[in-house]
Ligand binder design. Structure first.
Ligand code: DX5
Ligand code: ZN
Length: 217
């Protein structure tokens, strides 16, 4: 299983985001993880579609947009047009998860579902055919720099659900990922690791080494 690293630009220097995206791209990032927060679904406000659009020319890597907004439906098209490759939503963000996933697919994008620590995997059982990425939150969403919640059984169960489909669905762990917790979630079956604090610490000269360590190299 190939491990992909998705730096969360939430921990980048917001005054020079384009430069930061180029730096993690060159340092070996596979995806660029963009945390979108609305101050309503989560207690923090971050990035909107215009910022995604402005960043798009800075990297050809997969833009992995994690929408922590409710409702999400009215903004799916804007994020698609801004250049998102994967659009991930939370099931609590709208009344019809299946329909929202259909909408993302109809926009020509990969569809992800993000599960909060308390949200069970059973929520996605009946729409696996519409899912390209399952994000397991290993912190409560809203902020970078929080401590890892060891939901390793949940990750292992998600891995089994994915393997049963026979389709290449990404299994992403997000929150509190550092070289040590990275190993734990990889062993549980995650293959995409989001890391904000652990990627950006030490500044641009450290990014390549930080990413290597997250990969377990
Ligand atoms: C939290 C976000 C995460 C966050 C991860 O709501 O979804 O992507 O930026 O940050 P770290 O890696 O610092 O825990
Ligand atoms: Zn995230």
């Amino acid at each position: 299983m190939s491990i992909r690293i998705a730096p969360s630009i939430l921990s980048a220097d917001f005054a020079k985001l384009g430069e930061e995206v180029r730096a993690v791209d060159e340092a070996g990032a596979d995806y660029i993880h963009i945390d979108v927060m609305d101050g309503h679904f989560v207690p923090n406000i971050t990035i909107g579609p215009d910022v995604v659009k402005a960043l798009r020319p800075h990297s050809k890597k997969t833009f992995d947009c994690h929408l922590m907004i409710a409702p999400a439906d009215p903004y799916l098209e804007a994020f698609a047009q801004a250049g998102a490759d994967i659009i991930t939503i939370h099931p609590e963000a709208g009344p019809h998860l299946h329909r929202s996933l259909q909408t993302i697919r109809a926009l020509g994008k990969k569809a992800g579902v993000s599960l909060n620590p308390a949200t069970p995997l059973s929520v996605i059982e009946n729409c696996m055919d519409l899912i390209d990425l399952i994000l397991i939150m290993t912190v409560n969403p809203g902020f970078g720099g929080q401590s890892f919640i060891p939901l390793l059984d949940k990750i292992a169960q998600a891995r089994a659900m994915i393997d049963a489909t026979g389709r290449p669905i990404d299994l992403e762990a997000d929150g509190g990922i550092n070289p040590e917790t990275s190993k734990q979630v990889r062993e549980a079956g995650a293959d995409v690791l989001v890391a904000g604090t652990a990627t950006f610490k030490g500044g641009p000269d450290s990014y390549a080494q930080n990413i290597k360590m997250l990969r377990g190299e």
